[in-house]
Design a binder for this molecule. Sequence first.
Ligand code: NPQ
Ligand code: MG
Length: 373
Amino acid sequence: MRLTSLRLHLIEMPLRSPFTTSFATTTVRSCYLVEARTRTTDGREVTGWGECVAMEAPLYSPEHLSGAVEVTRRWLAPALLAVEDLTAETVAWHLRHVVGHPMAKAALEMAVLDAQLRARDVSFADYLGAVRTSVPSGVSVGIQPSGEETVRVVGEFLDQGYARIKLKIQPGSDLGPVRAVREAFGDDLPFQVDANAAYTLADVGLLRRLDEFDLLLIEQPLGEADLRQHAELARQVRTPICLDESIVSAEVAADAIALGATSVINVKPGRVGGYLEARRIHDLARANGIPVWCGGMLETGVGRAANAALAALPGFVLPGDISGSDRFYTEDVTEPIVMRDGAVDVPTGPGFGVEVLPERLERFSTGTVDLPA
Ligand code: NPQ
Ligand code: MG
């Protein structure tokens, strides 16, 4: 296919309630959707959609929204628009000369992949080799002002049917809320925590005290680049270590596994440069007996639908952060992704199997960027 033009749709979606982590409190999700217009070799015009999960500010990873738009405008889009016969499988290769920027690259690969699958009338799930028609749905719960409030909020999500609770922690908001949740909902509750790199090895004593709560895992306790230190921590605590921010590619995943720095992996397509690299990490982890699960970046229905298909691969054996759209948004840019009885259905339609609703896009739009300009 030939990529004929790109339009970046910048959007701002208000969150239903503030979402607090160790690095920020988010009340509005700013991101952009990529609309890729393509022409197939037999002359058909097909449009595909992608989503850039970079945050407004570089607080979760080095990328940030305006930077992703700029690197796309100046380097990534020109490279892809120049390719005579483009496929989704070669997007990363055509962009290999640009160092880093995995979330910006992933958004482009996603849009080309969606167009390619629509042109072939194939669903993303079938393209990947999905083995499930629905996937278990976990929820990420932000840091709350008190243990009582944490129990109330967790209780609401359990009443909705979520299959697993993930609680954000940080120094000063860790043992207390974790104990409160465990005491309130019992030992059988599938329960894990996410520190978003808020601790150091000096906190090993405190982190070891989390062992008493039989957590599924502790996610990214230490810094992004600290593979050796995570391996050291893994030798000193019983709770399984799960890496998120650290795993930026299949190569780094292989290093983390070899070092013993991670015994579970949170797979986020945007963080690793796209769904094809995400699948490579799935395959690598599976070959090493390492469970994986699909992480979330407060995606719109486009990314959420694609994540559901990815999480239907055999190695995704733990509930992911693929919540219903209504976890964060009153309205979505697509028909809502619905969580029912602790699960989300895997879309079956061509491409990612969801349609971007023009009137919703219009409502949340803060501008567009057309490429070539
Ligand atoms: C994580 N996601 O697992 C990330 C953190 C995170 C669902 O916890 C805007 C965009 C705000 C992405 C806040 C979840 C965000 C964000 C937190 C990602 O570490
Ligand atoms: Mg995380």
